[in-house]
Structure formats: C-alpha cells, structure tokens
Design a protein around this ligand. Structure first.
Ligand SMILES: Nc1ncnc2c1ncn2[C@@H]1O[C@H](COP(=O)(O)OP(=O)(O)OP(=O)(O)O)[C@@H](O)[C@H]1O
Ligand SMILES: Nc1nc2c(c(=O)[nH]1)N[C@H]1C(S)=C(S)[C@@H](COP(=O)(O)O)O[C@H]1N2
Length: 180
C-alpha cells in the first residue's frame, strides 16, 4: 500500500474535564470538521481524548507518530499558563526539530481576535515523518489558528517525504514553492 492510500491525521484533545466526560469534547470534532472542509484528498482521523498529564501526552504523541505513522498531528488544549497546562512541554519532549514559526503566526492572528492570545505557548515540532501542531483549547481557536498556518502544511509534509495533501482550493490554497 502506498503512503497516499493510507493518510492518517492524529487529533489529540488534551483536557482533564473532557477526558473524564465532565463535558463533551468539542475540540476534536471541530478539528475533524476543519480538515474535512479544507482537504480534498482522502485521509483518516486517529482521535484521542486525554488528560493534561505529561506522560500520557508524550506517550500518545509517540504512538501517533511512531506506530500510527500520522503525517500530521493536531493537538487542542493545555497550552496556557495554568499549572496543569503542559502540552507544549510534552510536544517539545518528543520533538526532533522545533518549528517556531507556527506558534509565532498563530499568536499573531489570534491577537486580532482576543487579547489573551499571548497566553498560549502553542508551538509545532517535527518527529520522524510527522508534523505536530498545538492549538489552544477554545474550540473557536481551531479555525482561527489553522486558517493562518495551514497553507504551509502540505509543503511541510512534502519536505518530510509524506503524502501529497491536496486542498479544496475554493476554501484554502496550499502554497508549494516547488510544484510536484
Ligand atoms: N475539548 C474541549 N471541548 C469543549 N470545550 C473545551 C475543550 N477544551 C477546552 N474547552 C473550553 O475552553 C476553555 C479553556 O481550555 P483549557 O484547555 O484551558 O481547559 P482548562 O480550563 O484547563 O480545563 P480542562 O483541561 O479540564 O479542559 C475550557 O475552560 C473550556 O470552556
Ligand atoms: N485564536 C485564539 N487563540 C487563543 C484563544 C482564543 O479564544 N482564540 N484563547 C486564549 C486563551 S484565553 C488562553 S488561556 C490560551 C491558552 O489556552 P489553552 O490553555 O486552552 O490551550 O490560548 C489563547 N489563545
């Protein structure tokens, strides 16, 4: 089976309360909806809802990269300053390379929406063939952040020698400096 036939995208909700069932997870489904709208090529979500525990987050990210071989993993939640917010630390703990431009751009565009955007320490990293992107927990932050960075995501995955992601160009145009 070629990589193109089996494109997996990891979706990780990091929330104590959603993982305990105290509220319904709206973050994971919002990421699935976003990707379904933007991507025209086929893909399969691999979703997890986990608590804000360092070991659980690193273990989940390792599973989705090393075992599931997801080309892209999007996390939501746990990026703020509160004691239990440790998603960026867990992401950096499994990283081979940090991609600081993602966090910089997402905070810049988010600041046009909310003054508290600077409270998110969200980042992005590379591990093996996976790009991991952190998003804040507020479900509305998902589209706000992904619209800004997603044009660069398919080319980043090309550079990782992953699958060729295609987008619905009426919704979002992927920028590829070098055409296939
Ligand atoms: N998965 C989710 N589904 C729905 N709403 C969410 C989700 N995650 C976060 N939120 C909302 O966004 C707010 C900020 O998210 P944050 O990640 O800081 O959560 P929190 O307040 O630390 O608590 P928890 O980890 O229990 O979700 C939450 O208080 C909640 O109202
Ligand atoms: N686009 C966007 N970014 C945002 C927000 C938002 O509503 N929209 N919320 C901010 C708030 S209030 C916090 S505390 C931080 C961290 O959120 P998290 O701990 O839920 O990840 O993200 C910030 N970034």
């Amino acid at each position: 089976m070629s990589k193109k036939d089996h494109v997996k995208i990891g979706i990780v909700t990091v929330s104590d309360r959603a993982s305990r069932g105290e509220y319904e997870d709206r973050g994971g489904p919002a990421i699935v909806d976003y990707l379904s709208e933007v991507l025209s090529s086929e893909w399969t979500p691999v979703a997890r809802v986990i608590p804000d525990e360092l070991y659980t987050i690193t273990e989940t990210l390792q599973e989705l990269t090393d075992l599931e071989q997801c080309c892209l993993i999007v996390t939501t939640g746990g990026t703020g300053p509160a004691k239990r917010d440790i998603t960026p630390e867990a992401t950096l703990a499994v990283a081979e390379k940090e991609m600081p431009g993602f966090g910089e751009l997402m905070r810049k565009v988010s600041l046009e929406k909310v003054p508290t955007a600077i409270l998110s320490r969200q980042t992005a990293v590379i591990r093996g063939g996976s790009l991991i992107i952190n998003l804040p927990g507020q479900p509305k932050a998902i589209q706000e952040c992904l619209d800004a960075v997603f044009p660069a995501v398919p080319y980043c995955i090309d550079l990782l020698e992953g699958p060729y992601l295609e987008t619905n160009e009426s919704r979002l145009v992927a920028f590829r400096p070098k055409k296939k």
